[in-house]
Design a protein around this ligand. Sequence first.
Ligand SMILES: NC(=O)c1ccc[n+]([C@@H]2O[C@H](COP(=O)([O-])OP(=O)(O)OC[C@H]3O[C@@H](n4cnc5c(N)ncnc54)[C@H](OP(=O)(O)O)[C@@H]3O)[C@@H](O)[C@H]2O)c1
Length: 267
Amino acid sequence: MTTFAGKYGPWALITGASEGTGAAFSRRAAAQGLNCILVARREQPLRELAAELQRDQGIETLVVTADLAAPDAAAAIIEAVGDREVGLYIANAGADTVTARFLDAPVEAWLGLMHLNVTTSLQLCHTLGGQMRERERGGILLLGSGVSYGGMGGLAVYAGSKSFMLSFGESLWSELRPYGVDVLNFMLGRTDTPALREILARNELPPPEGLASPDEVAEAGFNHLARGPILNWGQADDEAGMSPVSPAARRERMLAMEAIARTVIKT
Ligand SMILES: NC(=O)c1ccc[n+]([C@@H]2O[C@H](COP(=O)([O-])OP(=O)(O)OC[C@H]3O[C@@H](n4cnc5c(N)ncnc54)[C@H](OP(=O)(O)O)[C@@H]3O)[C@@H](O)[C@H]2O)c1
């Protein structure tokens, strides 16, 4: 079980695979010999990526078109996956495409964002994580942000959803590590994706200097997969950055919490 494919194969499932970081994660997974389940709303870019991965890496692909903001998305994806063994789940899609102050957009838009960022990911973690625990191997990569560590005006629901996923993902790291399943919360910095460019254009803002590239992000995520529960883009493990505490300190806290948890729940 020493190779990447041995630990995280034979299939990877990547949401938001049609562009940006999702496409970069998919290319990297395929280069490691993993078959790829590519999920997003637009079929055409997914089919083009699938053809590229099959041609260049000789792997198998499955294209699944789904709106992750829809309440039945996870069930439809699980049905499409069938009996394929997913050893790596990358919850990538999840930017705030609403980008408004909380009261200035309809509540339906925020509920959609909660489904996209929380409910659908949670459901997929439950099914796919359960199968990984059974097999005693696998990995879950949850994409977060600097606002996972706290609020920010103009991003209220996005920040709340990412904060939820951070606490959830840390807890999952603790629950699954005895079974050899890795969980990593990867907090991105500003990354040059089509989604970010679109948000900037809509707000009539120029792209800032020093954006990370999707390829760099995918490489860092894969390199740190086994060193959860947290990676902050561009920062060392003992550096706090946007958080009040560093990943190293949070890992120590999680290990201390495991001891406390054992006194109140049977884990
Ligand atoms: N870019 C940054 O600067 C930045 C910074 C911090 C954190 N992050 C995090 O990094 C991740 C990727 O961000 P991103 O900038 O690439 O934008 P994104 O909108 O999260 O990702 C774009 C991808 O997600 C798919 N997608 C979006 N909404 C979807 C939906 N409702 N259902 C199914 N697929 C959907 C898009 O394809 P379709 O349009 O075909 O559906 C596309 O493939 C996110 O979790 C984000 O929060 C990004």
